[in-house]
Ligand binder design. Structure first.
Ligand code: M6R
Length: 612
């Protein structure tokens, strides 16, 4: 949440900061701002999107070769011009951008107020910049030392960059529990919340660790110390990120691009890991800890949102195929109860961003309890990837639409490969079924491609139900999590209230809601429960509900009674979620678009939830 970017070098900073903020806008879009230093400091900030800021600053002097920028997801203080970052110290000397939450800001603010400080905003961030200023001016010390002393008084999460008007040749950055990456260019540095603002200038990066403070100098020098004042060695890494991956190309929205990319991204996830004709599947991270996995007494999966839904599918996969007991936990709940986690448990953190604060905290708790921790993430070099004992990347490429689509199918693909591997190694699936599953998985990308051709039909269904106020999603077995995911996709981008339910649970409550205004999306792709779900559809129709059924190709019974049907290509039952989710993503996309919603940046949301 919140995106930060900073530049120092020979180029003009403003265009670099604006382009960086546009790339980071998925992290928050309540307000945006920049500060530029060119003799004196100029701050431009505006409520709303980066485009509002650009308009606001268009007639102003935006020159300067050093500057900082921020795009905000509001926590403390409403989204307005004053609460927008950067924030400036009382004497006007320091400007600061911040991603995270200073939890003890009230206590610090109180004592600063007692010492005569005056605050303009309601933010925790302004408190921090005042604190740094006070320490700097009282002790007459370099900025980095003032930052270090201030951070030792702070409780909470932060990624910050500070600029000093009296020292135009350096920037100071620090992190704890919020990501920060330093791009090292030729005679320049770009610092940002993720690598997307850097790729135009460099591929050489340093990921800052928790409790580290970096000083970047105009002369190309980079120095990193801990908040305990210990000098740190830093490892320069090369990022593998292409500019085209960060752009919409010919698509109207990132979400649509990412939905269409899935035939490729599912294939990318399997590349080098599975070969059906040769009969093998190998997931590197598991192979390295195979003893641990094959002997595991229990797997706990911690995740949030869409990743939690992928985790729920993994429960069905691991239990059925590998006969390993699985518990799927909301990371936010797991971290705050007193869970029983033992040394021979494996705790898997599932996260697209690899930065979700609750998932990270749950993982740290599991680590403290001695469990093996395994990360499944998309963003290379993210915090979860760096704290886990072992793990796997899903290789979906940058996902920019706030609603997760391609990351979900890649997560499920990876989890399916893991379950098949473990089932085979533990002898819990027959050899013939093992080969059938490998072939099934390998053929998914082509089937996704085929499904995407149904876009026009799905668009038509969307036009028929777009004015609904509520929607119900029902599924069974492997497709119960898809009902949850379909409902989440619809509510987060179209603002229609939607609920996902196990189909048989409908009779225990939600059936009371059904009338002719209620669309009911039924995922009826499990052959093993086809008759049962057929009965559930009859129950909905008897109450005049509008049924949109996702059915296996050639299904005639359900097609006769449903109002609309979408057929998915035939596949093994455990793999059906990889196909049944695609029409639901498209349905939400079209409904949201028809309702005039901002599909890529839905209200109140941010892509990467780095605060509690
Ligand atoms: O980056 P993560 O996978 O950890 O994110 C978890 C959720 O915040 C995320 O899936 C969220 O629910 C999406 N907006 C869903 O589309």
């Amino acid at each position: 949440m919140c995106g930060i970017v900073a530049y120092i070098g020979e180029k003009q900073a403003y265009p670099i900061l604006i382009k960086g903020l546009q790339r980071l806008e998925y992290r928050g879009y309540d307000s945006a701002g920049v500060a530029l230093l060119n003799g004196s400091v100029k701050v431009f900030k505006k409520k709303g999107k980066v485009s509002e800021l650009v308009y606001h600053a268009s007639q102003q002097d935006t020159t300067g070769t050093i500057g900082i920028g921020h795009t905000r997801w509001a926590t403390h203080g409403k989204p307005d011009d004053i609460n927008a970052h950067p924030h400036t110290s009382g004497n006007g000397r320091l400007t600061l951008i911040h991603n995270g939450i200073i939890e003890n800001y009230n206590a610090i603010k109180e004592s600063l107020l007692n010492r005569g400080h005056e605050f303009r905003s309601q933010t925790d961030t302004e408190v921090l910049v005042h604190l740094i200023e006070e320490i700097q001016s009282q002790n007459n010390i370099p900025l980095e030392e003032a930052v270090r002393l201030a951070l030792n008084q702070v409780i909470g999460a932060y990624a910050i960059v500070v600029m000093d008007a009296n020292d135009p040749d350096k920037l100071v950055a620090a992190r704890k529990s919020s990501p920060l990456v330093i791009g090292i260019g030729k005679g320049e540095f770009v610092i940002a919340s993720d690598a997307s603002p850097l790729v135009d200038y460099t591929k050489q990066v340093v990921y800052l660790n928790d409790n580290e403070i970096a000083v970047v100098h105009r002369n190309g020098e980079l120095q990193i110390k801990t908040t305990n004042n210990e000098l740190q060695d830093h490892k320069v890494q090369e990022i593998n990120l292409q500019i085209e991956q960060l752009e919409k190309g010919d698509y109207e929205h990132f979400m649509l691009k990412e939905i269409y990319e899935q035939s490729k991204t599912i294939g990318d996830c399997m590349r080098g890991r599975l070969n059906a004709s040769e009969g093998w599947v190998r997931v590197g991270g598991i192979e390295d800890s195979i003893e641990h996995f094959t002997n595991a007494k229990r797997i706990i999966i911690a995740a949030c949102g869409t990743s939690w839904h992928a985790g729920l599918i993994a429960e069905y996969l691991f239990e059925e195929l590998a006969r390993i007991p699985v518990e799927v936990e909301y990371a936010s709940e797991l971290r705050y109860r007193n869970p029983i986690i033992k040394e021979n448990d494996i705790v898997i953190a599932l996260s697209q961003s690899g930065e979700t604060a609750d998932t990270l905290a749950a993982l740290e708790l599991a680590k403290d309890k001695g469990a093996m921790i395994y990360g499944i993430v998309n963003v290379v070099g993210s915090s979860i990837a760096r704290v886990t004992d072992a793990g796997s990347y899903i290789h979906a490429g940058p996902e920019i639409g706030v609603a997760s689509t391609k990351a979900f199918t890649s997560q499920v693909t990876l989890l399916a490969m893991m379950a098949i591997t473990l089932g085979y190694r533990r002898g819990t699936i027959p050899k013939s079924y093992y080969h059938q599953l490998l072939e099934g998985l390998e053929s998914i990308p082509a089937k996704v491609e085929k499904l995407l051709k149904l876009n026009d039909k799905i668009k038509y269904i969307a036009s028929e139900i777009k004015d609904s106020s509520n929607a119900l999603y029902l599924g069974r077995g492997y497709n119960f999590p898809i009902a949850l995911e379909g409902a989440l996709k619809l509510k987060e981008i179209s603002y229609i209230h939607a609920e996902g339910y196990p189909a048989a649970e409908m009779k225990h409550g939600p059936i009371a809601l059904i009338d002719e205004d209620m669309p009911v999306v039924v995922i009826a792709t499990n052959k093993s429960s086809y008759e049962k779900i057929y009965s559930n559809i009859q129950e909905v129709k008897a109450r005049k509900g509008v049924v949109i059924a996702i059915v296996p190709e050639g299904s005639t019974e359900i097609s006769k009674i449903a109002d609309y049907t979408i057929e998915i290509p035939d596949t093994e039952e455990p793999l059906t979620p990889l196909l049944s989710v695609i029409p639901l993503q498209l349905l939400s996309y079209h409904i949201a678009l028809m309702r005039g919603c901002n599909v890529d940046q839905p209200r109140n949301l941010a892509k990467s939830v780095t605060v509690e």
